[in-house]
Write a protein that binds this ligand. Structure first.
Ligand SMILES: C[S@@+](CC[C@H](N)C(=O)[O-])C[C@H]1O[C@@H](n2cnc3c(N)ncnc32)[C@H](O)[C@@H]1O
Length: 205
C-alpha cells in the first residue's frame, strides 16, 4: 500500500504508515514522555495504534498525526502514550532490588526515621502499584512502625489509569504470590472474589 502522495507503507495492513508518519509519532512520544522509538518499532506502532484509528474512525496514520498535533489532541496524546508503553509489572519483580532495599538501604533509613528524620522513597514509573506496594511491604518488614513515622512512598506513572489502579490497591491472590506470604497476608485485607486490597498501613505510607 502507498499513501495518497505515493509513499510506501512501512507495515502491511489496512492503514498506510509512512516513514514520515512514523517519525511524527516517534517525535510526539519523545516530546511528551521522553521515550525514544527506533525505526525497528514500526510494526509495534502500527499494531498498537491501528485500534485507535478504528475507534476514532480515521482512514490513515496521516489523519492520526494531524489529530495528535493540535490543542484538541491533548487527550489522544495521553491515550497514544498509554498504547505505546508496556505496563508489565509484578510484585517483587527483580527480587534482588528488594533484597538490597531490605538489607542495605533500610537499616540506615530505619535508624533515621526512628530518630525523627524524614524518609522518602519514589517508584517513578509505578505501573499499577505492584512495585510501590512491594517497596512498602519491604519497609514494613524492617520498620513495622513506619506508617506512624515520617516515612512516605511516592508512586507516579505517566498513565493515570495505572495510578488509579495503584490507588485502589486491589490484586488477585495469584498476583500477590511472589511477595512473602507472611507479609502480604498481614498487610492486605481480603476483598471479593479472591482479591486482596492494600490495608491501612500500606496506604498510609
Ligand atoms: C514496564 S512498566 C514497569 C513498572 C514497574 N516499575 C516495575 O518494574 O514493575 C513501565 C511503566 O513506565 C511508565 N512510563 C513510561 N514512560 C514514563 C514516563 N516518562 N514517566 C513516568 N512513567 C512512565 C509506563 O506507563 C509503565 O507503567
Amino acid at each position: 500500500m502507498t499513501s495518497a502522495a505515493g509513499a510506501p507503507s512501512m507495515v502491511e495492513g489496512e492503514f498506510v504508515l509512512t516513514p514520515e508518519d512514523f517519525r511524527h509519532i516517534a517525535h510526539t512520544l519523545h516530546s511528551y514522555a521522553g521515550i525514544a522509538l527506533g525505526e525497528g518499532k514500526a510494526a509495534l506502532v502500527y499494531s498498537r495504534l491501528a485500534k485507535r484509528l478504528r475507534v476514532l474512525g480515521l482512514r490513515s496514520f496521516r489523519e492520526y498525526c494531524q489529530l495528535i498535533d493540535g490543542v484538541e489532541g491533548v487527550d489522544e496524546r495521553q491515550l497514544m502514550t498509554a498504547a505505546l508503553t508496556t505496563n508489565v509489572t509484578r510484585f517483587y519483580r527483580e527480587p534482588h532490588h528488594f533484597d538490597h532495599l531490605r538489607d542495605q538501604v533500610m537499616p540506615r533509613l530505619a535508624a533515621r526515621a526512628r530518630a525523627g528524620g524524614r524518609v522518602r522513597l519514589w517508584s517513578a514509573a509505578c505501573s499499577n502499584g505492584q512495585e510501590p506496594y512491594s517497596m512498602a511491604l519491604t519497609v514494613l518488614q524492617t520498620l513495622p512502625e513506619a506508617a506512624d513515622l515520617d516515612v512516605r512512598i511516592l508512586a507516579t506513572d505517566i498513565d493515570p489509569n495505572m495510578v488509579a489502579q495503584g490507588h485502589d490497591g486491589t490484586y488477585s491472590e495469584e498476583a500477590l504470590e511472589p511477595a512473602p506470604v507472611t507479609l502480604w497476608r498481614k498487610y492486605f485485607d481480603r476483598a471479593d472474589r479472591g482479591q486482596w486490597t492494600a490495608g491501612a498501613q500500606l496506604k498510609r505510607l
